[in-house]
Design a protein around this ligand. Sequence first.
Ligand SMILES: *[C@@H]1O[C@H](CO)[C@@H](O)[C@H](O)[C@H]1NC(C)=O
Length: 435
Amino acid sequence: MTDFSTIYKLSLVALTCFIQACSSSSSSSCPVLECWFVQEKAGRGGGLTGATTQEKSLLHIRTDPDQHSAEALKAPADIHPDRVYLITDPAATLCHRSLNPPRGSIKKPQCEINPFLPHPSSLKWVAPLTESALSPIFLQADWFSAALQGVDGQLGISSITRAPTGTKEQSVILSVTSKTISVQARLGRPVVLDCGFWLDPSSPLSSGFAVEWRYQFRGNGRLVLAYDGKTDRLADTQDEGASLDFEGLHQNGNASLILQESKVLHSGTFICTVYLPYLLAQVAMELEIVEPPSLSIHPSPLPLTVPGQTLTIQCEASGFAPLTLELSWEFIGADGKSRPLGSGRVTGHRQAWDGTFSQSTRLELDTSKLDLGRGGEVTCVAVHPGGTRRASVTLNLIGFSSPSIEDSMAMVGVALVLYGLIKFISWTFSSSGSK
Ligand SMILES: *[C@@H]1O[C@H](CO)[C@@H](O)[C@H](O)[C@H]1NC(C)=O
């Protein structure tokens, strides 16, 4: 019994230590972020000119509102004390290690914070969130929108924070995160674009959410998917094969977009937007579909070639994306040595129905100009972001080839016939001479 209680006490002590270690380590890993405070400049005559001002600011992040207060924070000389904020983020989204690189590292996370104006949305899949049209008193406060990017180049965060009017103590109300802000995928494979959100469950704005995925490429945009989480309704869209995991969405705020089969026309920017009543936050990510080419050579096999003859060989690269390709030729002799043959005559590209490209190159191989020996491999080389591809054909130069068995037999045969002929002629002459 005493043994048991000792063990019990010890494990309790261990557990307490563990919890303390955990909480102190998590609080110490929350960063102090240098951030640009960007706001629109009020123009002359009171209108907005569209110009912005940019000031340095400092964001102290904490997960627990009871940790040190804003008054205790000192502003560095180059930052105005009004631009030093204390942000409470219970979900610790802003405490991610890629926002907190080791001291002295050159790479810094990117951060920008702007004043934010809560407003209802008229979008069909968002409007039900503010149906009551009674804007809560909670909205009367200072609102901010912060956009951050981690040093690993893969984490993107957008947070909406609220500070009681006139204070500098902000609380995170909504955070949207992506861990895949730059993605490459092979053609035809499934792709998951990560997007997750956290909302403050104690906020009066946590009554419902909506999720929207948009695609943008060179100024053109389209809606990929829109979901109203309050009425559990999906908007009609053209994109087949794009879906969400609705269970994960409602349970953990997992708003990741699942593309069943990646296509070339998926290359571009995807934007994940999460709406709460009057609020929205979004993260953008780049998807690039990268598919290396397939190569084919014509003619294949090559015809037997006599030295001095000029051969035309064509290499076609097809089914690749993006349109970044370098085609060239090389020759690998019987001695194993490789020799560049240049790029040949490269044609313009064509685009297939599936968005992939094709391009070809034609090599005029003058066998008299080059020392090609008895022949070797002629190789077409395609260098592409998706990988380097090669295709080869064998070049046989006759006249230089060492005699084969059939050739030797033939030569023996010819020799015999010649011998017989000479014998016959000499016999004919000698016999006619003797007459
Ligand atoms: C979110 O959902 C996607 C698609 O189902 C899944 O691949 C991913 O692992 C999920 N993320 C988390 C954090 O659960």
